[in-house]
Design a binder for this molecule. Structure first.
Ligand code: CTP
Length: 381
C-alpha cells in the first residue's frame, strides 16, 4: 500500500525485524502524512523486539540510544532517522497516543491497522483525542498545543470534547518545560491564514503560556493576527509581528529563544514602521543599520501587505462592495420618508451608515439600513 512511497531503507529495516521473527509496524505521524500524500518528516517503528534485540538486528548501522528508559532507539540512515520503540502490545501502545490521526499503524504484512477511527478522522479533517481526552492531556499537557498545531498545519477542526478538555486542562501547561512549549508555538505561528484562525479561536490557551499577550487590546490583537496571516514560513518575522507591542526581550528570554533570535526580533520591531522609499541613499542607510537579511524581511512584510491589499481591492471591486454614498442602498429621500428632516443631520446620518457598511457591521440593504437609521431618531429628531 505505502511501499512505493516509503524509502527503500525503511522497508529494509522493517523486513529485517520481520525476518528475525519480531512484530514491527510503522506508527504515528508518518502514516498520517503518507495518507495525506505528504512526505513524512520522520519515521517511527514500533516493535516487539526489546532494545538489545534491536541493537543486534542493526549492528551494522549507527544506533543512538535516545530514550533508553522509555525503550527508544534511533537508527541513523543515510537520509533518514528512524525511531524504534518497544511495545508490549500494539493496541495498548496506540491507545496511549495523543490523537486518532496519529494512532494508525502499518506493516506490509498486516496493511493498515486502525483501532481508533484515525482514517475516518483524517478523511473528515478532525483532530480527536484517542479515548478519554482528559487522560491524554494529563499524561502530557503539551498535547493541548499539539492539537492547535495540527489544526493550523492541516486545517483540521478539533472535535468538541477534545476542545472542551483542552480549555479545561489548559493550566496544566504550566508543568511543561518551556522549550517544548516554545517549539510548538513556533510551529503554530508559521501557518499563515490558519495561524490567525487558531490564535483567535484558542487565544485563552495561548494566553496561558504568554500571559502578557492578554493585555493587547482587541484592535492590536486583530492587526497582529492579520499581519501574521500574510507571512507563513518566516519564524523571525512571525515572532516580530507577534511580539511587536509586547516586552519582546523579556518574554523571549523566558521562552528560551536564542540570543541571536531575540536580538534580530528587537531590531525588526524597532524598524517595523520604516517607510520604504526607492532611493539609493535611504536603502544604503537602512542596510547599514539592520543588515541585508533583515532588510529583505521588512521588504517582504511590505510586499505581502501590498499583495494582500491588491487581492482585497479586486475582491471589493468584483463583488461591487459599497464604499461610497452613491453606492449606499439608501439616500436622503429614504431618510426623509421615515421622518428625518431636511438638513445637515441627514448627511451626517448617511455618512454614519456608510461607515458601518464599510466596517461590515451592517449589510448594504435598504431594510437593514432603515432599521439602523431608526435607532438614531433620538439623536437627530
Ligand atoms: N505522540 C504522542 N504524544 C506526544 C507526542 C507524540 O502521543 N506528546 C505520539 C504520536 O502518535 C505521534 C508520535 O508520537 O504521531 C510521534 O511524535 P512526534 O514525532 O513528536 O510527532 P509527529 O506526529 O510525528 O509530528 P511531527 O513529526 O510533524 O512533529
Amino acid at each position: 500500500m505505502f511501499e512505493n512511497k516509503m524509502a527503500r531503507d525503511i522497508c529494509k529495516l522493517m523486513d529485517k525485524l520481520h525476518q528475525e521473527g519480531f512484530e514491527a509496524y510503522l506508527v504515528g505521524g508518518c502514516i498520517r502524512d503518507l495518507i495525506l500524500g505528504k512526505e513524512p518528516e520522520d519515521w517511527d517503528i514500533c516493535t516487539s523486539a526489546i532494545i538489545d534485540e534491536i541493537k543486534r538486528c542493526f549492528s551494522e548501522y549507527k544506533v543512538v540510544e535516545t530514550g533508553i528508559k522509555h525503550g527508544t532507539l534511533t537508527v541513523i540512515l543515510e537520509e533518514d532517522q528512524v525511531e524504534m520503540t518497544t511495545f508490549i502490545s500494539l493496541k495498548e501502545d496506540l491507545s496511549r497516543r495523543d490523537f486518532t490521526i496519529n494512532s494508525l499503524a502499518y506493516s506490509k504484512e498486516t496493511g493498515l491497522i486502525d483501532y481508533f477511527g484515525g482514517l475516518e478522522d483524517i478523511k473528515k479533517g478532525i483532530i480527536r483525542a484517542v479515548g478519554d481526552a482528559r487522560k491524554r492531556f494529563f499524561e502530557d499537557p503539551l498535547r493541548i498545543l499539539r492539537a492547535i498545531r495540527f489544526s493550523a498545519l492541516l486545517g483540521f477542526e478539533i472535535e468538541n470534547k477534545t476542545e472542551q478538555q483542552m480549555l479545561e486542562c489548559k493550566t496544566l501547561l504550566q508543568n511543561v518545560s518551556i522549550e517544548r512549549i516554545t517549539s510548538e508555538f513556533n510551529k503554530i505561528l508559521c501557518q499563515g491564514e490558519k495561524t490567525k484562525n487558531v490564535l483567535n479561536k484558542y487565544s485563552q490557551i495561548i494566553f496561558e503560556v504568554i500571559p502578557e499577550a492578554k493585555k493587547m487590546d482587541i484592535d492590536d490583537w486583530n492587526k497582529t493576527l492579520n499581519a501574521i496571516s500574510v507571512i507563513s514560513d518566516d519564524i523571525i518575522l512571525n515572532l516580530t509581528l507577534f511580539f511587536h507591542s509586547l516586552p519582546s526581550e523579556k518574554i523571549m528570554e523566558r521562552m528560551r529563544y536564542d540570543k541571536k533570535t531575540i536580538k534580530t526580533v528587537k531590531i525588526l520591531i524597532e524598524n517595523l514602521d520604516y517607510n520604504f522609499v526607492p532611493d539609493r541613499s535611504s536603502i544604503k542607510r537602512l542596510l547599514n543599520k539592520i543588515g541585508v537579511e533583515n532588510f529583505r524581511r521588512l521588504l517582504k512584510l511590505n510586499n505581502n501587505v501590498i499583495k494582500k491589499t491588491e487581492e482585497l481591492l479586486e475582491e471589493i471591486l468584483d463583488n461591487q462592495q459599497c464604499f461610497s454614498l452613491q453606492a449606499l442602498a439608501i439616500d436622503g429621500d429614504d431618510l426623509k420618508s421615515i421622518g428625518f428632516k431636511e438638513g445637515k443631520e441627514i448627511g451626517l446620518l448617511l455618512n454614519d451608515l456608510l461607515n458601518k457598511v464599510i466596517d461590515e457591521e451592517i449589510a448594504n440593504e435598504k431594510t437593514k439600513l432603515i432599521e439602523e437609521a431608526k435607532k438614531c431618531y433620538h439623536i437627530f429628531l
